[in-house]
Design a binder for this molecule. Structure first.
Ligand SMILES: [Zn+2]
Length: 620
């Protein structure tokens, strides 16, 4: 048979799957060591223009301090394409643009993979159907000369600062050398995660308790840290140096020194970059260590009672999750280590084949844990997130998807959280069964009716049809909530409107191949309450409550996660209201909410405050 030739397209090339781009695995101070030069396989998306800009991200290189634009990189330029992106260079702004784009894109991809759906930024949800670039998150790699980087919902942007390193104690930096936060893999992943979490819920960024800002910091650090375990070369190097014990914060020297202290670099122990964050930034600030070496601290169940600063408090949550992660890694690799010992291997002489196997177990376990954390977002209450809620969300998310748990992931998570004093409110005990969120309880013997009329499989490719279906779903949910408000934990009080917000479809494939198909919706309520009941001049603030519903395809409510707003008459007994009020009035500690919201004037801050990452991140 002769092959016929199509005149119009001689070669039918489909769009590529990925776009290889070079980046630092950690930051420039790590040089070429430890696989620090890496190539990120960024998901391929057509670029809208140089910058780069695609439908998620738009890199805009405007420097507000020097009032100038840097020329945008064109990643589709053949000269750039042929070498898989520009080579890492500390002083090349075009490489900086490429690196923020690559790492932010990869972070988004990991979220979408875990959630099983596309994300939409919080600011663009309200402007759906707008095909222009205004729906994408803007990234300013050289936003300002300042030792800071942050996500701003108002500016719909990630802003990265740059600053001269300390002149007296600059670690691996030259004294006074310019440090770019946009070249830190960790800082980019951290900031992108703030925007991603904000994309999932409308009221998550309200500072309702010391746990709220700390949760955001912890979650962003977790995502950044788990990404370290996908850097294969760095991981292999650390496995070799630690004999597989990759959780150690200090790594033994390459060669045992003959005298204490050692004479050459190879005889000195060094820090393990896998379990540290943003090393260059920390050193340049004169802190002599990575930004937050959260790990490697022994569990202390009383620490949450004394630590209020968001990063320090968040580090307790990070340490709990990593404790569980490393426990599972050790469990999954015990057999390999036993076999190695049988073959006469010593701890510091691992066979390369064994190192490879240990690395793949570490990569797999890190992916599992990152997925559990991200999926848990769907199982969080709509407002006032506490660490204990997140524990319950993780347990429910994982047992929904992976009913069999042969390695004991969930027990490891529960043990780690308990040892750090993270107590779930409303659960009878620390057992897996009581930590799982449950359907609403109905005491009069009847059962909750199914929610009928929801449209699944919304028409994603037709914005108009999608808008229509979502509007209809909003109406159906609202009516359902009104008809069953008490059972769903919602207040039936006069004037307490119920709002049905953010619906997400959840498609997830279980390990046995079965597809889990759910629908997550937030129902919220709010009312104005006095900031100080004894002092009418102190103003009011918005007190929110609500319920997250997980509904299956048949309309059955599988899970209802409640934060009650309560009745006005019961305000004196409303524990959550009391706690929030104390936090707002800075009574819990000197680090109350006032330090972290945009406007510290009482009236303004109590009205409509959201956590301001610009203030939270200053100097961290
Ligand atoms: Zn942060």
């Amino acid at each position: 048979m002769a092959l016929e030739r199509d005149e119009r397209s001689e070669v039918d090339l489909k769009d590529p799957v990925s776009r290889p781009l070079k980046a630092y695995a950690f930051d420039p101070t790590q040089g070429k060591a430890l696989g620090n030069y890496m190539t990120v396989s960024v998901r391929y998306l057509p670029l809208l223009r140089a910058g780069p800009a695609d439908r998620y991200l738009a890199v805009i290189d405007y420097d507000a301090t020097n009032k100038c634009y840097y020329r945008p990189v064109d990643l589709d330029d053949p000269a750039v394409l042929i070498r898989s992106g520009l080579d890492p260079a500390e002083t090349d702004p075009q490489f900086h643009q490429q690196m923020v784009y690559a790492v932010a894109s990869e972070t988004i991809r990991r979220f979408e993979l875990a959630l099983g759906r596309s994300i939409e930024w919080s600011f663009s949800r309200r402007r759906r159907g707008d095909p222009s670039e205004s729906g994408s998150l803007r990234i300013f790699p050289h936003a300002m000369q300042e030792a800071n980087a942050y996500y701003s919902r108002d500016l719909r942007a990630l802003l990265f600062g740059y600053f001269p390193a300390s002149t007296t104690d600059s670690g691996a930096n030259l004294p006074g050398q310019m440090v770019f936060t946009c070249l830190s893999h960790d800082i980019i992943a951290h900031e992108t995660t703030h925007a991603l979490v904000d994309s999932q819920r409308d009221f998550f960024m309200e500072p309702t308790s010391p746990d709220a800002p700390a949760f955001h910091e912890a979650f962003a650090d977790l995502v950044a840290l788990f990404q370290h375990f996908s850097f294969k070369e760095a991981l292999l190097a650390m496995i070799q140096r630690t004999g597989g014990a990759i959780y150690q914060s200090e790594v033994a020297p390459e060669r045992q020194p003959a005298m204490a202290g050692g004479f050459i670099q190879a005889e000195l122990s060094s820090a393990n970059p896998l379990v540290q964050l943003a090393r260059q930034f920390g050193e340049a600030m004169g802190m002599r260590k990575a930004l937050r070496a959260a790990l490697g601290t022994p569990p202390n169940s009383r620490m949450l009672e004394t630590v209020w600063e968001p990063h320090a408090r968040g580090a307790i949550l990070v340490a709990a999750v990593f404790d569980a992660f490393f426990t599972i890694y050790v469990r999954r690799t015990q057999d390999l280590m036993r076999i190695a010992r049988l073959g006469g291997s010593t701890l510091y002489d691992l066979h390369p084949d064994l190192s490879n196997r240990l690395a793949s177990e570490a990569v797999k376990t890190a992916e599992h844990f990152l997925n559990i954390c991200i999926r848990a977002l769907d199982y969080c209450p709509p407002v006032d997130i506490r660490f204990g809620d997140f524990l319950r969300a993780m347990i429910t998310a994982d047992s929904d998807l992976v009913p069999d748990d042969p390695y004991g992931y969930r027990i490891a998570i529960i043990d780690a959280f308990r040892s750090r004093g993270i107590v779930p409110e409303g659960a009878a005990s620390f057992s897996e069964e009581s930590l799982r969120w449950a359907p609403p309880e109905i005491f009069d013997g009847t059962s909750l009716p199914t929610c009928k009329g929801l449209e699944f499989d919304v028409f994603k490719h037709d914005p108009d049809l999608q808008k229509e279906a979502e509007k209809k779903n909003g109406g159906v949910l609202h009516d359902y909530a009104v008809a069953n408000q008490e059972a769903l934990g919602l207040s039936a009080e006069e004037g307490m409107k119920i709002q049905a917000r953010t619906f997400h479809e959840v498609h997830r494939v279980r390990p046995d191949g079965e597809v889990l198909f759910d629908f997550v919706a937030e129902l919220t309520q709010h009312r104005e309450v006095p900031a100080d009941p004894q002092n009418p001049d102190a103003g009011t603030f918005t007190f929110r409550g609500g319920t997250t519903l997980v509904i299956d395809r048949a309309g059955e409510v599988r899970v209802a996660i409640q934060k009650r707003v309560g009745a006005v008459a019961d305000d004196s007994k409303n524990v959550r209201l009391k706690q929030q009020r104390a936090y707002l009035n800075d009574r819990i500690s000197s680090v109350g909410m006032a330090a972290y919201v945009t406007d510290s004037r009482l009236a303004a801050r109590l009205a409509n405050a959201t956590i301001d990452f610009k203030l939270v991140h200053r100097g961290y």
